[in-house]
Every structure is written in structure tokens, then in C-alpha cells.
Design a protein around this ligand. Structure first.
Ligand code: AKG
Ligand code: FE2
Length: 347
């Protein structure tokens, strides 16, 4: 049995042979993703086709964006009830009773007219928009490759069966910044980074910096009905940063589509392990932390979430149900599901 300080046994999968290998290689890689999604719902993926230099550059852009003044970041209206684009300031998001100390910038497919992107003025951050539009394309390609691999696993009638339900690629690319905070408040639960939740869509790609703090539900104890309950009673394991990899996890709709074959695992972001917290600089004059010695360093992450085209009906896929394994959920329309979810979050 591993303690919570060990690296969790989240499978590490080499995607190179899927992208560049033979048909046999592709079948093998796809089979290993299937096994990992069944057991964990989370994988580390390496040789995923997105150049590490580009990922590093995305983190640099993210830092440059969040380093702008509040006034500059707020120059454009942020997200509203049904418009998940642009800047969202610290404290804007509340999950249950927790105030999330995080700020974010969301953008979507540049050609999506239903939710136009909201960019900072070009002269403020020249090149930011062009980079993000390009990075959005890179992540989109990877998602479609992963959807191909999953269609292969299920032996669906065509290899683009799942990808074909994501042709509009109305996905979300989010930059997240968790500012440096007093460790004491984080531990006391007065403030949070990101409380326990599971993702909504089909697949999430997640890039994280080297600070740590991401945790997944320990599957041995993951039997709670919902994430709020699990946060109180369940246990979590850290998902340590692994350079050169992207984390891929299964969203709620993919769990439902696969009739529960693939897991939609609960996860959260807490302070990194105690040993990683830094002592506050005694010369610092920042008033908010002057009375609290330990501070938890800031952290950056970049989630990219895929959702199906709005008209898609999510109903147990062939190969995921049989006489012995009945369909567990009723069909739902993907677009309606998201509308309802977003309304409940930003109500
Ligand atoms: O910041 C992270 O590492 C996780 C973000 C996340 O889970 C989410 O945005 O859904
Ligand atoms: Fe998440």
C-alpha cells in the first residue's frame, strides 16, 4: 500500500507509437489508454505531439497576462452566465462554500461565433492572441487523435466516430493562475485553490507547472456519490508534475457515453506538500501576508477541455453495453447538458 506521499500509480503512456507507428502500434497504445481510463480515468501522456517549447511558451504568456494590472486585465468584460471567455478575477468563482483564490483567462475556438473570444488589446500584449489561437489548434489536434484512439478501442464502425461528434471543436483553453497565499488559510479551509470536482466534458488535457498540488481521488476509497461528500470523507493522492507530459482525464460526458467503462475521477488542487512551501521574505511589505509566516507559492496550470458538438446525443456507445451490461443512463443532448451546467455554476 502506498502512502499519500508516494507518486500515485497514474499510468504513463507513450503516445509516440500512436502518432508515428504502424496499425499494430496504434492498437496497442489505444488498448493501454482503455485499461488506464477503466482503472484510473487519468493518464500521463508523453510524446503527445505538442512541442515542449510551445508548452513552456504558453506558460510564459500566461504569466505575462496575469502580470498585467487588475485594471488592464479587467478592461474587457469577463465571463457572464453563458459566456465563458476572457478574464475572470480572484474570488469570482465560488465552489460550494469555498472561495477559490485563482484567476483565469478562457478562450475558445477562434471560428466559434456562438461564444466569441475576448482578447486583451493587441498593443497591451502583442502576440498573445496569435499564440493562443495556435496553441488552441495544437490541443485540438491532440484531442482528435485521442478520440481516434478511443474509437479504435471500441471498434466503432468508423475510426472517426467520436472525433466526428466533435467536428466544431467548440473547446475551452484556460489559463489558470493560483496566486501565492498564506498557507495557514489554505490549510484551515478559509480559502481554497480548487475544491474537489470532476470535469464535465469528454476529455481534458492538463498542463501544470512544477509547483504541485493537484490531487486525484484515491480510487480505493472512491465510492462517494458526489465530490462534496468525497472531499469530506475520501482520500486523495498527489499527481506530481512530470516534465514533458500532459495529463489526460475523462470527463462526465465521456463516462456516460462509455456507459461507465471509463472513469470520471474526482480531483482537486490544494497547497503543494508542506516541504515545498516557502518561507515568507521578511523584507516583504505586502500587508496581506505579513502576519502569516508560511506562504504557498503561486501556481500556473493550463487545462484544455473538449466537449462534443451541441446536437450530439450522448447514449451508451456500441461495445459499452450488452444484455449482461445494461445501459446505465438515459440519452442526453450534449448542448442542453452544458447550458444547464453553466447556468447552475454562474447563477
Ligand atoms: O489547476 C489544475 O491543475 C486543475 C484544474 C482543473 O481541474 C480544472 O480546471 O478543471
Ligand atoms: Fe478539473
Amino acid at each position: 500500500m502506498t502512502s499519500s506521499f508516494d507518486t500515485p500509480d497514474i499510468p504513463l503512456i507513450d503516445f509516440g507509437p500512436f502518432l508515428n507507428g504502424s496499425a499494430g502500434d496504434r492498437t496497442q497504445v489505444a488498448a493501454s489508454i482503455d485499461v488506464a481510463f477503466k482503472s484510473h480515468g487519468f493518464i500521463y501522456l508523453r510524446n503527445h505531439g505538442i512541442n515542449q517549447r510551445k508548452v513552456d511558451e504558453c506558460f510564459r504568456w500566461s504569466k505575462r497576462f496575469f502580470d498585467l494590472t487588475e485594471l488592464e486585465k479587467n478592461m474587457q468584460p469577463s465571463q457572464s452566465q453563458s459566456h465563458y471567455r476572457g478574464y475572470s478575477g480572484v474570488g469570482n468563482e465560488k465552489v460550494r462554500e469555498h472561495i477559490c483564490i485563482k484567476e483565469g483567462f478562457g478562450c475558445g475556438n477562434p471560428v466559434d461565433r456562438s461564444q466569441p473570444n475576448i482578447w486583451p488589446p493587441e498593443e497591451l500584449l502583442p502576440g498573445f492572441r496569435a499564440f493562443m489561437e495556435n496553441f488552441f489548434g495544437e490541443c485540438t489536434n491532440l484531442v482528435h487523435q485521442l478520440l481516434y484512439s478511443l474509437s479504435l478501442v471500441l471498434d466503432l464502425p468508423s475510426s472517426d466516430a467520436l472525433s466526428g461528434s466533435h467536428v466544431l471543436s467548440v473547446f475551452n483553453l484556460d489559463l489558470i493562475h493560483y496566486p501565492r497565499v498564506p498557507t495557514q488559510l489554505l490549510h484551515a479551509g478559509t480559502i481554497a485553490r480548487l475544491p474537489a470536482h470532476s470535469d464535465l466534458g469528454t476529455l481534458t488535457l492538463l498542463f501544470q507547472d512544477d509547483i504541485g498540488g493537484l490531487e486525484v481521488a484515491d480510487l480505493a476509497s472512491a465510492n462517494a456519490e458526489n465530490s462534496a461528500e468525497f472531499e469530506k470523507h475520501g482520500s486523495f493522492k498527489p499527481v506530481k508534475p512530470l516534465p514533458g507530459t500532459v495529463i489526460v482525464n475523462v470527463g462526465y460526458l465521456l463516462m456516460r457515453w462509455s456507459n461507465g467503462r471509463w472513469k470520471n475521477t474526482i480531483h482537486r488542487v490544494v497547497g503543494p506538500l508542506k516541504s515545498m512551501a516557502v518561507r515568507d521574505d521578511p523584507r516583504s511589505t505586502k500587508p496581506d501576508i505579513s502576519s502569516l509566516e508560511d506562504t504557498t507559492p503561486e501556481r500556473y496550470s493550463i487545462p484544455f477541455s473538449a466537449i462534443p458538438d451541441p446536437e450530439t446525443m450522448i447514449e451508451a456507445l456500441p461495445g459499452c453495453w450488452s444484455e449482461d451490461v445494461p445501459k446505465r443512463w438515459k440519452p442526453i443532448n450534449a448542448g442542453n447538458y452544458f447550458r444547464r451546467k453553466l447556468e447552475s455554476i454562474y447563477a
